[in-house]
Design a protein around this ligand. Sequence first.
Ligand SMILES: [Zn+2]
Length: 349
Amino acid sequence: MQLCMAYVAEQVKTAAAVGVAVFRSAPRRYAMRTMFRILPVLAATTLGACAFSSHPTKPSALGTSRSSAELLAVVDQPGPIELQTIAAADWAVDRSGLLNLQHPRAKAAGLTDGDEPIQLFFHVVRHPTQGMYIIDSGVERALRDDPDHAAVRGLAARFMHREKLKIHVPLGEWLSRQNEPLRGVLLTHLHLDHVMGIPDVPKGTPIFTGPGETGARAFLNVVVRPNIDREFEGQAPIQEWQYQPDAAGRFAGVLDVFGDGSLWALSVPGHTHGSTAYLARTPKGAVLFTGDTCHTAWGWENDVEPGTFTADHPGNAESLARLRTLVREHPTIDVRLGHQPLTGSSGGH
Ligand SMILES: [Zn+2]
């Protein structure tokens, strides 16, 4: 972290110094052109330097590798998990990030860019003997009550248009009303809008995510990384799911989280390297949490993967297709998408 940021700071300083010198000594058009030449060089030299987070990781202590055939054998049977989905906040972001607007079906539907209303969720998983877990994390209390000291601040807060975030229930406030401890956090991936509640998670609580999430490298990490690291400050090492190839070939990997077939982690790479979907078996049937393999109701209904927010479009599209196939073959599965409820969608027109 220190090395990376020092390196980046050095690059920024050099580029800025060159930029200032050019601006002082050259006509404006030439200066602008030179700056635009410098920025890609800065980006390229930084690209290999910065991972997504410097927070330590370790192999997960939970989860038994299974074949998807073992999941399918029980997926239609009632299970013991009690579930609750909490809409922690309303937000609005670019539709072009949430949906691939270049997809032929998006074009045919006439979808255009603009603000798309979304929500930030966390989902509560109560297991009769394992206790209470949450899937993703909502938002921290400070983001509503003391935003200058929230983990997301500065440039990243401006990038994400914090002013459009309407917070209903911060995670800390919700946790303070519960009469049982939080046993763990099951993250679908490490994007900022899925880890913004982590500062409210009691320190030492086990936190799980897919493999390789902290290591994803990108230029924007220069801005995002300090925020991600602040979200996890003081927390235990992030435990990475230990996926093995699915013997039945349906998913990249399948884990039985508690070993009793009640809660499953599915490897769905694409949106991010370690993107993970979860499937919980409740007394009323199975519930699938797609994470950001699909952000929107329109995307799910029309089989169109996310847009610019996704790292690997073909990989994301394939993972989305695999999840949709599972639900098509087992239509009683209740689907909870990354950022919108599946029913009542405006379709983003
Ligand atoms: Zn995401």
